[in-house]
Design a binder for this molecule. Structure first.
Ligand code: PGA
Length: 261
């Protein structure tokens, strides 16, 4: 089983910072291939840095990056291929800049930028149409959890975004479960017990059908091994703890086959 271990930089990093991180990553993975033994790394810079990161990672690997196939992703893209959509970028554009993966439906986009189940559905479809890997983020608020509605809410978000896909298309999708209350500086790290039921439900519905189910929300080198031990968890989607290259490398090492330890 491949573990998907990746990070979105959200709205962080200048071009120089992005290049330095990518160059360092390329060097580290080339000199320490054991870090990606059994692991598929992916990084999701802001749009402004996509092409620069792609060129730092570029050699001759599949996807982007030599460094044992680091997948490059975009944090968002419009569902239309082109047109009068001021301020947006399209899937063909992020693909042109080097992305092979598209993050869709992060809770920050749902909360602040009016992302809905319907727009996530359109974006999943657009990503697949252009042969990008959709990384669909789903997750409940603290309120929904308190009311006992987590399982239904997650299934509604996932089913809504993935409706109409063939099994072959579904097999290319990544789903990241990211409870809103566990994300970011205002979040509190989830206890393992709180994640068992959601992963049980998601595994029941999507296990073996999607590429992988990931967990995200306050992941750190301290809790990563425990989180990866939860049944159904096949990867981690990381924010703050992987914004430094050192932090990301530490997390890769924790996820790689024991020979890397
Ligand atoms: P965090 O972010 O690791 O900083 O909590 C996770 C995410 O938003 O995906």
């Amino acid at each position: 089983m491949t573990r998907w271990i990746g990070t979105s930089w959200k709205m962080n990093k200048t071009l120089a910072e992005a290049r330095a991180y990518a160059r360092g990553l390329d060097e580290a993975l080339s000199s320490r291939p054991e870090l990606t033994d059994g692991v598929q790394p992916f990084i999701i810079p802001p749009h402004t840095a996509l092409a620069a990161v792609a060129s730092e990672l570029s050699s001759d690997s599949p996807g982007v990056g030599s460094a044992p196939g680091v997948h490059l992703g975009a944090q968002n893209a419009h569902w239309e291929d082109s047109g009068a959509w001021t301020g947006e970028v399209s899937v063909p554009q992020v693909k042109d800049a080097g992305a092979v993966l598209l993050e869709i439906g992060h809770s920050e986009r749902r909360e602040h930028f009016a992302e809905t189940v319907e727009t996530t559905r359109r974006k999943v479809e657009a990503a697949l149409r252009h042969e990008l890997i959709p990384l669909l983020c789903i997750g409940e608020s603290a309120q929904i959890r308190q009311q006992g509605g987590t399982a239904d809410f997650l299934l509604d978000q996932a089913r809504g975004a993935l409706q109409g896909l063939t099994e072959e298309q579904l097999s290319r999708v990544l789903i990241a479960y990211e409870p809103i209350w566990a994300i970011g500086a205002q979040g509190r790290p989830a206890e393992v017990d709180e994640l068992l039921e959601p992963f049980d439900v998601l595994h029941e519905e999507y296990g073996g059908r999607v590429e992988a189910l990931l967990y995200g929300g306050s992941v750190t080198p301290e809790n990563a091994a425990q989180l990866l031990g939860i049944p159904g968890v096949q990867g981690l989607f990381i924010g703050r703890a992987a914004w430094s290259l050192q932090g990301y490398l530490e997390l890769l090492q924790l996820a790689a086959r024991p020979s890397a330890a």
